[in-house]
Design a protein around this ligand. Structure first.
Ligand code: ADP
Ligand code: MG
Length: 694
């Protein structure tokens, strides 16, 4: 249960002054529905009204606060003309300009002969200083209410600054003192203030420097948020570890058969990863391990050998892929190896129906099926295993954390979990998303891979590209032609692909194939199969081929409108070639002129094939929010912290969380109790349930 001291922060924003039903909806969209959300809505700018010149010293464009005596009011002859009020001080005169003012308001606010303090922007008109609609007009007695430093907040259509400032101010004032959850010496070393003081300071910037994400107040709040995130992940991890696992130790007889059927030897990286997996499976705690490896680094065979380990020990194993194509492909590549080992492998996707499906379900329940490859269909309720020892989830970023948990439930107690991701994730992001997992990295590609020759060409040279394709086809090359992602819409993408298909088909005839997300599953399979078999030699496709598709004989990748793709995506796509013995190339066709970011992306693509470096650059160029399409990926989004700039703080939070949980796993010490408040503050309530006395 949320501690009472936090209640005011979790009240609806409606309870704040100035937030009526209309603003409520807009501010909710902008910041969030609760008072605390406005606390996290930090200023994006600041207006400094501290300059207090005399009229004679005014300069064009400056924001100033001036003390003046009000003179004549000059109402306009026509309503659309400005209303002018003359004012002066002992050094000179200026005009204050209003459009469509309410006359009674104006005579009350600026009565002739009164002294007033005005704040706003000075403009010169025909050599004379004037101020249009001052931001503030107060009498000398009210001077205290005039904010000399004013925070500017990010706004949205329909929300103006003043009511938002007012509501935010009230929100911050409701924030209570909270027990200190950070380590004292660490705060001191950083020069950070307590939480409440930091919150106030973050909303009261005194200079542009204070808006920097690394300014003391903001850094402190960001660190709080990161620590809450790491602590929550740490608690999940602890709990997982505490759950009884099964000791799974195969005798190696199936593995031996498969390894001798493989046409290659494992790389050092594969061997090491497998040793780590074996150690986890063989221990009595539950495995939760991430296998990170660039495209083509050979994760599949590692997964297979791990699954065989489970089968040898008398368990079943399952491998989940994010798409139908990929599941079928895994099935096809594993089938001969499983056959060689005498292991029964089956496939379950949305397309297995009726009797076929019933048979598979029976085989799973009876234990007759050793290894299941499937899609999301495996999550369905009627799918039950006899003894699921290991679950492998491929291409994790298409699955969410939620599904990870579902999968665990499916296994019942003790199922080991291996998550594979082909998208190299920067270390910082690995921590925020997978801080609860152990990580193995395949940082070495299988030997004999040749670098992919990457070039960029403007789209105007499409005809040259077509000529180059003609030459490549003469050398019997196989070519992927990826069409632009127009929108997040299968339909529109499909139309673009169909058009390009028609165009290329006119030129090259029946060697051109087509696959896109709007095709029926069976059509997609058929198109992929024809390409794999070499019947078609150019495959026009949308990004459905992005993930995992493996046709080693394909050596050319053309990406049309490369400027519309993100770096991670370009890298994934390029990873579809360079998988076989032949030299491969990648052509990035772009629409000139290139924007700055797109140009930077293409430059990086030309410079390196190192997925981890590309991921780091991607993070730098885009910020974490957009990376991998954060929202659908299950990566957390932060309110204050920005992993693109707070990487160092994140690493510190990770270390800190580990140390805290080592010393005080139930968060019972006085710091531990304060940390519980922190978890609630950042709405990591779920993690608290993992504590014994949550
Ligand atoms: P990914 O990590 O992208 O899933 P895959 O598992 O699909 O990579 O492997 C890519 C290709 O590399 C496959 O054709 C696979 O057979 C091959 N491969 C895997 N390991 C090795 C190795 N040690 N030596 C040579 N080829 C390998
Ligand atoms: Mg793969």
């Amino acid at each position: 249960m949320r501690p009472e001291v936090l209640f005011p922060l979790f009240a609806p924003i409606r309870s704040l002054p100035g937030i009526g039903p209309r603003l409520e909806k807009l501010v909710e969209k902008l910041a969030g529905p609760k008072v605390v959300d406005l606390c996290w809505h930090l200023p994006s700018g600041l207006v400094d009204r501290r300059k207090r010149p005399k009229i004679a010293d005014l300069r064009d464009g400056e924001i100033v606060t001036v003390e003046v005596v009000v003179g004549l009011h000059i109402a306009p002859r026509l309503k659309r003309l400005p209303y002018r009020v003359h004012v002066h001080d002992e050094t000179g005169e200026m005009q204050i300009v209003f459009f469509n003012p309410r006359a009674d308001w104006l005579t009350k606010t600026m009565p002739e002969g009164a002294t007033r303090i005005l704040s706003g922007k000075v403009e010169f008109y025909q050599g004379q200083p004037q101020m249009t609609h001052p931001d503030h007009i107060v009498s000398p007695e009210e001077i205290a209410s005039l904010p000399l430093l004013e925070a500017i907040y990010p706004l949205t259509a329909g929300v103006t600054l003043k009511p938002l400032q007012k509501a935010t101010k009230a929100a911050v004032e409701r924030a209570p003192e909270l027990p200190e959850w950070q380590d004292g010496p660490w705060l001191k070393a950083r020069g950070w203030l307590p939480w409440l003081a930091s919150l106030h300071a973050a909303h009261a910037p005194e200079s542009i420097d204070d808006l920097d994400p690394n300014a003391a107040a903001r850094a402190r709040l960001a660190f709080d948020e990161l620590l809450a995130n790491q602590l929550a992940l740490g608690l999940v991890r602890l709990r997982m570890r505490r759950l009884p696992g099964r000791v799974i130790k195969g005798d190696g007889h199936l593995r031996a058969k498969v390894t001798s059927a493989l046409p290659f030897a494992l790389t050092m990286a594969q061997t090491n990863a497998l040793a780590e997996i074996d150690a986890d499976m063989g221990s009595d705690h539950r495995m939760l391990r991430l296998l990170q490896g660039d495209v083509g680094s050979g994760k599949t065979v590692v997964a297979l050998l791990a699954m065989l380990n489970a089968v040898e020990a008398g368990f079943q194993a399952a491998m989940m892929a994010p798409t139908e194509i990929l599941a079928r492909q895994h099935y096809a590549s594993l089938a001969p190896l499983c056959e060689a080992a005498g292991v029964r492998l089956e496939l379950l996707s949305g397309r297995e129906k009726g009797k076929r499906r019933t048979d598979v379900l029976e085989g799973l329940a009876s234990g007759a099926i050793d290894i299941l490859v499937g899609t999301h269909a495996v999550f369905q309720n009627d799918v039950a295993f006899k003894a699921l020892g290991l679950a492998v989830v491929d291409e994790q970023h298409r699955f969410g954390v939620h599904q990870r948990l579902q999968l665990q439930a499916k296994g019942g107690a003790g199922t080991d979990i291996l998550v594979m991701t082909a998208t190299p994730i920067p270390r910082t992001l690995t921590l925020t998303a997978y801080g609860d997992m152990d990580v193995s990295r395949l940082n070495e590609k299988p030997p004999g891979r040749k670098p992919v020759d990457t070039r960029a060409l403007p789209l105007e040279r499409l005809d040259d590209v077509v000529e180059a394709m003609r030459r490549a086809l003469a050398r019997s090359a196989q070519i992927y032609w990826v069409c632009p992602l127009v929108e997040e819409s299968d339909e529109i993408d499909a139309a673009a692909a169909e058009e390009r298909y028609k165009h290329l088909h006119e030129i090259f005839g029946d060697v051109v194939g087509l696959v896109h997300g709007r095709m029926k599953a069976a059509e997609k399979d058929a198109a992929m199969a024809r390409f794999e078999a070499g019947e078609t030699r150019i495959l026009v496709a949308t990004t459905v081929i992005e993930v995992g598709v493996n046709v080693p004989t394909a050596t050319v990748m053309v990406i049309e409108h490369a400027e519309r793709f993100g770096l991670a995506q370009l890298h994934q796509l390029r990873g579809r070639v360079g998988r076989g013995a032949d030299k491969s190339s990648c052509l990035l066709l772009y629409q000139a002129p290139l924007g700055e970011t797109a140009a930077a992306r293409i430059k990086i693509m030309r410079e390196t094939e190192d997925g981890f470096r590309i991921a780091e650059e991607d993070l730098r160029l885009r910020g974490a929010g957009e990376l991998l399409g954060t929202r659908q990926s299950g990566l957390p989004t932060f309110r204050i912290a920005d992993v693109a700039v707070h990487g160092e703080l994140l690493a510190a939070a990770y270390d800190d969380a580990r140390m805290i949980l080592e010393r005080d796993p139930e968060l019972e010490s006085s710091r531990g109790k304060a940390l519980r408040v922190l978890l609630y503050l950042f709405e990591r309530d779920e993690a608290i349930r993992y504590l014994r006395s949550g």
